[in-house]
Design a protein around this ligand. Structure first.
Ligand code: G3H
Length: 538
């Protein structure tokens, strides 16, 4: 606990290369121009406190961003609508090869701002340096893989199909104007996992950065401006309800890509007056359980449950948010698990070897504290040393045992370092938990018996999007389908699936008569159409 008291640094203890950034951002991107916002600004507050020379602790304000109004947000939508021009604009009518060239140009520019973005990730959301670097690199890889997958898709579409006397060419084309919004826990990666596929498929985009993790988009604004034609990508700032709400109310948004809570998604979707026009691609809440069976390799289960529940302090949609541990092994599990928690180093995001860091959401430590108190009131104990201790924005992980259905933490998605452990006797107990849950993202099952795992696999295949065997829940590899059932998601994202999600197939068909074949051959030979073409992308 002494360490926790000293967790926040004095100013002189912050290494030179991560000195507090301060950006008063007034720029925003609309119609290919970086415009200056002259209205109110919102402060960007870091989860990191520092000690001042007078001995007081101050939460670091690391910048300001435009608090845009609905009128300005609507200008962004107008720019995107003009660039799309009802499907006849420059961008949606480009060939795949041309659009890829723009995204490649952007990727080159993006790589040059790595250290700036990584520094802002640490300061804005408290992500460790290692994970911040991973997020940046993973995003670059995601873009490169998207280009590769689109080439593959385009190669497959380069051929003609002959069926029942018809010949046809089928290609994927854009949907229209996309509104992309990402979450604070992966403000770069998750946002770009919809933004880039939307752009590369020929949609035009209005992008609003996450609530926290917003300044880190600033270093990319020039790259967006210089890499894409005017209006193709527009970046807005401000309060969601005021800005994004106004865009949805126009009924002119065609695709709504949102990663956040199901409540937030529903509130915004409801504002759109033309539900049939709006396609939603949503990544939402989850309460992924781990189920640890008596014959599991306990050391492996503990190490996977540890990173599963506590990497980035449990602030991952895929985090393990409740652990069902069989009564036969629960004592040994708890002993070893709490020992493992003790080894995790608390500290500032830039400190070497650090795992536990301050939380960016205002009021989050109070919320977690209330969850813990509620569980204790209903019979749980905090079984790890210092569990639930708070120092300003820092919350030391609390392992709660035994957890039951009367407690809020049994159903609520804590999205933070609280680990509820439920003891069980029979397979049906965790199975029924998953079956009756409002969420359906993933599950992890730990056992060394093929027979046992097979039983759980078959119980869960119609419940969740991914069943992890002896492994924590996670999104990656990004080529795997990432989805969820019930309130956990709408649509599937993976490198290849995202390309499909942001496009629709259009067919050009004709009766396969000699005359029609000759016409088609001449169109192709003379390169008269962008769509009807057999060009092969290398
Ligand atoms: O927050 C949800 C992310 O998609 C999780 O991704 O499993 O790679 O951390 P991850």
């Amino acid at each position: 606990m002494e360490d926790l008291k000293e967790i926040f640094p004095e100013s002189h203890q912050i290494p030179a290369e991560v000195q507090v950034p301060f950006t008063e951002q007034r720029e925003y991107l609309i119609d290919g121009e970086l415009r200056e916002w002259t209205g109110n600004l919102a402060p960007v507050v870091s989860p990191v406190f520092t000690k001042q020379s007078d001995g007081t602790w101050t939460q670091q304000v690391i910048g300001k961003t435009p608090l845009m109004d609905s009128a300005t947000a609507l200008q962004a939508l107008d720019a995107a609508l003009r660039a799309y021009n009802l499907g006849q604009g420059y961008w949606p009518t480009r060939s795949v090869a041309e659009r890829i060239a723009h995204v490649e140009k952007f990727l080159v520019r993006m790589r040059t701002v790595r250290s700036e973005v990584v520094n802002l990730l640490m300061w804005e959301i408290g992500k460790t340096r290692k994970d911040s670097e991973k997020e940046f690199d993973r995003t670059c890889d995601y873009i490169a893989d998207t280009i590769k997958a689109l080439k593959e898709l385009d190669r497959n579409s380069a051929k003609f199909t002959e069926e029942q006397g018809f010949m046809a060419q089928i290609r994927r084309v854009p949907l229209g104007v996309a509104l992309c919004m990402g979450p604070y826990n992966y403000p770069l990666n998750e946002t770009f996992s919809t933004l880039i596929p939307a752009l590369i498929m020929g949609n035009t985009v209005v992008f609003k950065p996450a609530k926290y993790g917003v300044l880190l988009i600033r270093p990319l604004l020039e790259a967006f401006r210089d890499s894409f034609p005017p209006g193709v990508i527009n970046v807005i700032y401000g309060k969601g309800r005021e800005t994004v709400g106004a865009l949805m109310e126009t009924g002119k948004v065609d695709v709504f890509a949102f990663i956040g809570t199901h409540k937030g998604a529903n509130d915004l979707k409801r504002l759109h007056p033309k539900p049939n026009r709006l396609k939603a691609i949503l990544g939402l809440d989850a309460k992924n359980p781990a189920i640890v069976l008596p014959d599991a390799d306990l050391d492996n289960a503990i190490s996977e449950c540890l990173t599963g529940s506590l990497s980035f302090n449990g602030q991952r949609c895929t985090a393990l948010k409740i652990l069902f541990v069989h009564k036969k092994i629960v004592n040994e599990f708890l002993w070893k698990f709490t020992e493992a928690v003790k080894q995790l180093k608390p500290g500032m995001p830039w400190e070497p070897g650090v795992s536990l860091t301050p939380l960016p959401e205002p009021g989050k430590t109070d919320y977690l504290d209330a969850l813990v108190k509620d569980a204790v009131q209903h019979g749980a104990r905090i079984v790890n040393e210092n569990g639930g201790k708070i120092n300003r924005t820092f919350f030391y992980p609390a392992v709660l045992y035994p957890v039951n259905e009367k407690m809020r933490v049994y159903v609520e998605e804590q999205f933070g370092p609280v680990i509820p452990v439920v003891p069980f006797d029979h397979d049906e107990e965790p199975i029924q938990y998953v079956v009756n849950s409002n969420y359906g993202q993933q599950v992890s099952v730990f056992s060394s018996s093929g027979k046992t795992l097979a039983r759980y696999i078959d119980a869960f295949t119609n419940q969740v999007g991914r069943i992890n065997l002896n492994t924590q829940c996670q999104r990656g590899p990004d080529t795997f389908p990432f989805n969820g059932r019930k309130d956990s998601a709408e649509g599937t994202l993976s490198v290849a699936d995202a390309l499909r999600a942001f496009s629709i197939r259009t067919v050009v068909a004709t009766k396969a008569t000699d005359e029609n074949k000759q016409i088609i051959s001449s169109i192709i030979r003379n390169r008269e159409s962008v769509f009807l073409s057999t060009d092969y992308l290398i």
